[in-house]
Design a protein around this ligand. Structure first.
Ligand SMILES: Cc1ncc(COP(=O)(O)O)c(C=O)c1O
Length: 527
């Protein structure tokens, strides 16, 4: 492709993108495809000769678009907002075109310097103290690819500091031996990336209990540290969360910070989603105690209109040598919307979350789990409801497990969310719930009649799960029952559910189930 064709195709692509965004709501929010659908329609081998761009775009429409989950759709309420905006897309286009690899100042001075400038802007926007700023020449942040990387990097940095200090006190003890003594902490509602970081960092990781507001408190941490010190372990790292994945609860940074300072323990704050709301001064109380925090991360690519990837970490360390020019899109977005524009976007989402909360509270069939502070809102029946809603293609939401309660998460995601979207969502949820209720009522009354006729009917048939023989035949519920069972042993299941399509997408489950059956019958045949 030469530059004159690029001009033509580039303009067409911008039109294609604008058309897609303008008409996105005409599409189903989730795709109606079976796993493996793409492999069946694409060639088995790469083309030998280059193809026409028109042909490629034709296949985008024919093959790719039917398999897209539309995260920017107004009826997408799953996971978290996937930041997106035209200035961000344009910033990334320019970054791709410049194509520099900013691993050092000399490798591209503007790339390095812009990152330090916009991270100071952002740090000030969210109310970080001066020690976190580049301009003070002691702090400073870097853009990483994901919150998971930020957590891993800070855990590794904390490990390095701890081992160095221990080596000073015990110069003749091997680092490997010292490593076996280290212990890190988070709440049991921390994202699974914290547990993963512990595994990758080869350190013990304890998940601590939360209070009634799903918040990790200082006294819980203090007690755990005391216990571990008595066992001869060395506490070195705490990851507190502002905005937990399951229910957007907030750990108590001030209390945890005091314990960490007293115990000489690194305190990292994972504020991947909710940290963006700190640009609104009314939420900065959540950062009380930040002066005792060692490092913090937020993901503007979640809730600040930034396209993936852009995870900002205030601690100067990173794994890759090569770095993309990601600060360009951050600069474009902050300048295009201004702090006030970004604040009103966040406040609109929070206002709509509150509106959704009133709908839920006014309907006796539902319960709000946790406090609705920001934009995120038992058991078999809830699973059935979520299954029905997702299968309808009218809305998309995902579940979470909070203290073994299966809950439906409702996240406000689309950039220009309006009251009408919330009203629509509630109409869909409410109508599906009514259908579920009447199905349950009629099946229950049939069971009652049968019970009268047959004295010795098995009591089991009357339980909650078996009043839905027609729906329950679907494997999804068996699968989810297993998941719930597993969750009793594995505290982080709810996080997996959020990211694992098997748990809510019936098509994926059906495909997996037939695969398992095929494997079983193959092995029987072999016998
Ligand atoms: C609190 C929290 N931390 C970490 C993550 C992981 O984010 P990433 O995908 O950027 O690694 C999430 C994702 O939802 C999250 O909610």
């Amino acid at each position: 492709m030469d530059s004159s064709e690029f001009r033509k195709r580039g303009k067409e692509m911008v039109d294609y993108i604008a058309d897609y965004m303008e008409t996105i709501n005409l599409r189903r929010v989730t795709p109606d495809v079976e796993p493996g659908y793409l492999r069946d329609i694409l060639p088995k081998k790469a083309p030998k000769k280059g193809e026409e761009f028109d042909e490629i775009m034709h296949d985008v429409d024919k093959a790719i678009m039917p398999g897209i989950t539309h995260w920017q759709h107004s009826h997408f309420h799953a996971y978290f907002p996937a930041g997106n905006s035209y200035p961000s897309i344009l910033g990334d286009m320019l970054s791709d075109a410049i194509g520099c690899v900013g691993f050092s100042w000399a490798a591209s001075p503007a790339c390095t310097e812009l990152e330090t400038v916009v991270l100071d802007w952002l740090g000030k926007m969210i109310g970080l103290p001066k020690v976190f700023m580049h301009e003070e020449e002691i702090g400073g942040g870097v853009i990483q690819g994901s919150a998971s990387e930020c957590v891993l990097v800070t855990l590794l940095a904390a490990r390095e500091v701890a081992i160095k200090q221990l080596k000073n006190s015990f110069p003749f003890i091997d680092e490997g031996v010292l490593l076996t003594k280290l212990v890190a902490y988070s709440s049991k509602l921390a994202h699974s990336c914290v547990e993963k970081a512990g595994m990758l960092g080869f350190v013990k990781m304890r998940q601590l209990e939360v209070d009634d507001n799903y918040s990790l408190r200082g006294y819980t941490l203090e007690r755990a540290i005391e216990e571990d010190r008595r066992l001869g372990l060395i506490p070195f790292y705490v990851c507190a969360t502002l905005g937990t994945t399951a229910c957007c609860s907030f750990d108590n940074i001030a209390e945890i910070g005091e314990v960490c300072s007293k115990e000489n323990v690194w305190l990292h704050v994972d504020a991947a989603y909710a940290g963006n709301a700190l640009i609104c001064p009314e939420f900065q109380y959540l950062l009380k105690g930040v002066e005792m925090v060692t490092s913090i991360n937020i993901n503007p690519n979640k809730w600040m209109l930034l396209n993936f990837d852009c995870s900002v970490m205030w601690y100067h360390w990173g794994i890759p040598l090569s770095r993309r020019f990601r600060s360009l899109k951050l600069w474009f977005v902050i300048r295009s919307y201004g702090v006030e524009g970004l604040q009103s976007y966040i406040r609109q989402h929070i206002r709509l979350a509150k509106l959704f909360e009133t709908y839920v509270k006014n309907d006796a069939r539902f319960e709000v789990m946790g406090k609705v502070t920001m934009g995120l809102g038992p058991n078999t029946l809830t699973q059935k409801l979520l299954h029905m809603i997702n299968e309808s293609g009218k809305l998309h939401m995902v579940p979470a497990l909070i203290n073994e309660y299966y809950v439906i998460r409702f996240a406000i995601c689309t950039q220009n969310a309006e009251e009408a979207d919330i009203e629509y969502a509630w109409r869909v949820i409410s109508a599906e719930a009514s259908e579920l209720w009447s199905a349950r009522a009629s099946i229950e009354s049939n069971i009652e009649t049968e019970k009268l006729a047959m004295e010795n009917i098995d009591q089991e048939t009357a339980d909650d799960d078996d009043v839905f023989p027609d729906i329950d035949n679907n494997i999804i519920f068996d699968q989810q029952r297993n998941n719930l069972h597993r969750a009793r042993m594995r505290r982080n299941l709810f996080l997996r559910m959020v990211s694992d399509p098997k748990c809510y997408n019936p098509k994926v489950l059906k495909a997996l189930c037939s695969e398992t059956r095929r494997n079983k019958s193959d092995s029987l045949d072999e016998k």
